[in-house]
Design a protein around this ligand. Structure first.
Ligand SMILES: Nc1nc2c(ncn2[C@@H]2O[C@H](COP(=O)(O)OP(=O)(O)OP(=O)(O)O)[C@@H](O)[C@H]2O)c(=O)[nH]1
Length: 559
């Protein structure tokens, strides 16, 4: 039985037997039903359609990706049997081997026996190429390809169908004189079906993509404002449910303590501070992403967005490729954009900083790979400085939209709609930027950049701290990239938060301690720093150095 679609497209004449092919090929109209005297060799003109179609290269409909496992359902065996002559042609046109095969192919197609249809059409094309029998007209050859295209469309493979439709249309383009109207109509119909089916498939793909949770990867050099941005996003009234992945250096997690979990917006915060997700923690990262989804679903909740805050020295590219290489990530998450946060005050010096041989400058890699750039700390710069940085950013990444912002200005609402679910990441663009984007990653980092993590139990003395930090900034004005911490300072009931990016130091009491226990934490990231000197200096900052207890560890920034 013909399906309703095929019935509508190919009306049989009432007189035709049940197996009869479609009207354009029926004997009554005399195209290939009649015995055509073998007029010598076939057309000797070049056959551009001869090369490259699947059947001629030996692969039939079963070669469709995704269908190959069910080859027998689609008739792989039957296609082979037909090709080797083990299936008798159901239609025989005496003295016309080409018509016999083509009409048989038509009949098989009308019965949705795709393997046999493919096999017979290949045989018809082989008759033509071998030059046996009568001269085959271009439109007849076109029909061989056309019926394959129709078979593939019936199987729901419009893109593959196009490779068969193409030679049919090419033959038509070389001259349509003498082509039966029905053949022309049939090509037109197949073309329209191809477009409709392709659109339908594209639509389905878009819907599937849209159902995935969008993920924004926040990249940006040390101290550029990533955590500040995240806090602003979590505090905004945007009605979105957000999960956060925090990745930072060393075992002393500070950012996760600084991210303010706003009940209204925050689903979960996952902390990863045992290494860098762009290098050593890739497996943990995927596990973390699995856990996020599992927990949210177990709570009967949902996620509108995930933000990943990477370390200030991370290369965003290997993190991005995980979304395409890992099956779980591919199925559940959509990489929405790489959001690069740039510090207007320090970016130019960060871009100029030298790295070990064969190691990239992270700041420049982060800018170049971003889809959107957020230029922070504009409040600390003159208009001329801002314009200088903007020009530099344009040179490094001409495609990214740049958004200048003062993240400290909480009065001006954050344009959240420009930051998440913006569909800015493109795999094509990433591959243009780096052809090895989806290959095994082998990036290297400058191992001489190290992070000292310190935990301090005991109250600290404000004056002693002032002296200590002044000494650090004096000794390492360029080498100390970043200092940050949460301190228990005598006389200050709240947590004392300090930040330093290069020589810019700032600190203030902020937020109460979550528990009775007040453990101070600090991280120092830099190149060529004397860590023993730092530890000793900090030990001297306790109100009572004999009572204070200090733990520290040094790690290369990507361990
Ligand atoms: N004046 C000003 N300060 C800012 C702005 N954005 C961030 N900061 C400050 O810059 C310092 C570093 O900000 P963070 O948000 O911690 O930077 P980060 O990128 O998360 O730092 P790392 O995670 O250590 O790489 C903090 O003291 C922020 O308050 C801004 O737009 N203007």
């Amino acid at each position: 039985m013909l399906g309703p679609l095929r019935q509508a497209r190919f009306l049989r004449p009432s007189w035709a037997p049940s197996w009869a092919p479609r009207p354009p090929f029926c004997a009554q109209q005399g195209w290939w039903g009649r015995s055509v005297s073998s007029g010598g060799s076939s057309s000797s003109t070049a056959n551009p359609e001869r090369m490259g179609t699947c059947a001629e290269l030996g692969c039939g409909p079963s070669a469709l990706s995704g269908h190959s496992k069910s080859g027998d359902v689609l008739g792989l065996t039957n296609e082979k049997k037909t090709l080797s002559g083990n299936v008798k042609p159901p239609v025989v046109v005496p003295g016309d081997e080409f018509a016999t095969n083509l009409q048989s192919a038509e009949m098989m197609l009308s019965e949705r026996r795709f393997g046999e249809a493919w096999g017979f059409s290949t045989r018809a094309l082989l008759v033509h190429s071998s030059g046996r029998g009568r001269r085959i007209k271009p439109w007849e050859r076109a029909i061989c390809y056309l019926l394959r295209a129709e078979a593939l469309l019936d199987m729901g493979a419009p893109r593959r169908a196009l490779t068969e439709l193409h030679p049919a249309k090419e033959l038509l383009e070389r001259g349509r004189q003498g082509w039966p109207t029905e053949a022309l109509k049939r090509i037109e119909e197949a073309d329209a079906r191809y477009h409709a089916r392709k659109e339908e498939n594209d639509q389905q793909r878009i819907e599937k993509e849209n159902a995935k949770v969008p993920v924004t990867v926040i990249t940006g050099f040390l101290g550029s404002g990533k955590t500040t941005l995240l806090n602003r996003i979590l505090r905004e009234q945007h009605g979105k449910r957000i999960a956060v992945i925090e990745n930072e250096f060393g075992e002393v997690g500070i950012d996760s303590m600084l991210v303010e979990q706003a009940e209204r917006t925050t689903e979960t915060i996952v902390e990863m501070n045992n290494g860098c997700i762009c290098c050593t923690l890739r497996g943990d990262f995927i596990e973390g992403m699995q856990k996020v989804l599992k927990d949210v679903r177990a709570r009967g909740s949902h996620l509108d967005s995930v933000f990943i805050e990477t370390t200030g020295l991370a290369d965003p590219s290997p993190i991005a490729s995980t979304f395409f290489l890992d099956p779980f990530m591919q199925e559940n998450y959509r990489l929405d954009s790489i959001l690069g946060v740039c510090d207007a005050k320090h970016l130019l010096s960060q871009l100029e900083a030298k790295r070990e041989k064969s190691c990239v400058n992270e700041a420049s890699e982060q800018v170049a790979f971003s889809d959107r750039l957020l230029l922070t700390k504009t409040d600390l710069c003159s208009e001329m400085e801002i314009n200088g940085v903007l020009q530099h950013l344009k040179r490094l990444n001409p495609f990214a939209q740049v958004l200048p912002l003062n993240l400290k200005d909480v009065e001006t609402p954050l344009p959240v709609e420009q930051l998440c679910d913006v569909k800015a990441f493109s795999l094509d663009k990433a591959l243009d930027f780096d052809a090895t984007f989806l290959e095994e990653d082998d990036h290297t980092h400058d191992g001489t950049i190290q992070a000292l993590g310190v935990k301090l139990n005991g109250v600290l003395h404000q004056e002693k701290l002032n002296v200590f930090f002044a000494a650090v900034l004096k000794r390492y004005p360029k080498e100390m990239y970043r200092m940050k911490g949460i301190l228990d300072v005598k006389g200050i009931p709240e947590r004392y938060i300090f930040h330093a990016v290069n020589c810019h130091f700032g600190g203030m009491p902020q937020g109460s301690w979550p528990t009775e226990e007040r453990q101070s934490k600090a991280v120092f990231i830099g190149k060529g720093i004397d860590h023993a000197w730092l530890v000793e200096g900090l030990r001297n900052c306790f109100v009572d150095p004999k009572e204070g207890f200090l733990e520290s560890n040094v790690k290369s920034a990507h361990e």
